[in-house]
Design a protein. Structure first.
Length: 240
């Protein structure tokens, strides 16, 4: 993954050139917005958007800067979250643990708790590192003990690793938009359908990401997911 130039990254951090976009999560059966996902947005000195993955890949070289930005982003996302709706927030495992100290004293955790029980669902990113899976398990256990909901993000992304232990503990499963690209692959879709069956059999809800067209929506209905999210609902996006 390429990195940002140091000058661009330092300017972004020092001047907090941050934003947030809330994308609606829609119940498939009723077409009702039931929650929003808060997505990090970043900008350069001219106001031009910078890809979040570039920012975070650059920040991973400096754990304290990573934590600083993640904490500032979470405060921004929670401060402006839509009223009367749950909000899903992504949380980088490396950032969460970068500040050191006791987990229960973590300021990110404190910011989430201040919003109120049941308002926030923490999304943990599914990826290819076993250490991240172990950190996810520890975070899920902590959040569960405190009554904070959890979701597994990016499941079925080609770069992700399936952690059965993590998948068992979360309350929500988010299928990556890659599933839509693979919908004509019969063998692949057998695997996806079994994940959905497992989720429903164990009381979890399933969200399909990347829904952009009516055809995508019809596919989501056919697969039997519970909720959808994507640019098909761009009119419902809220930008800060």
């Amino acid at each position: 993954m390429p990195h940002l130039l140091n000058g661009v990254l330092l300017d972004l951090i020092e001047h907090q050139r941050f934003g947030v976009e809330y994308q609606p999560i829609v119940k498939l059966k009723t077409n009702e917005v039931v929650a929003y996902e808060a997505l990090s947005r970043f900008y350069d000195v001219t106001g031009k958007a910078i890809r979040p993955d570039l920012v975070y890949s650059s920040l991973h070289d400096n754990p304290l800067s990573l934590y600083q930005v993640e904490y500032a982003q979470k405060c921004l996302q929670l401060e402006h979250m839509p009223k009367n709706h749950q909000v899903f927030v992504n949380l980088d495992q490396d950032a969460f643990y970068a500040c050191g100290g006791e987990v229960l004293d973590n300021p990110i955790l404190g910011a989430i708790q201040q919003v109120g029980k049941g308002r926030v669902v923490v999304e943990l990113i599914e990826n290819s590192e076993i250490n991240d899976a172990l950190m996810s398990l520890s975070m899920i256990e902590t959040f569960s003990d405190l009554g904070i909901g959890t979701a597994l993000d990016d499941l079925c992304n080609p770069r992700s690793m399936l952690s059965v232990s993590v998948m068992q503990l979360v309350e929500w499963i988010k299928l990556d938009k890659h599933v839509l690209k693979m919908q004509d692959d019969k063998r692949y879709m057998v695997f996806v359908s079994k994940i959905i069956d497992f989720a429903h059999a164990t009381g979890k809800s399933v969200i399909l990401e990347g829904v952009e067209t009516d055809q995508d929506l019809a596919f989501a209905t056919l697969m039997g997911v519970d909720y959808v999210q994507g640019f098909l609902y761009r009119e419902g996006f809220i930008r800060i």
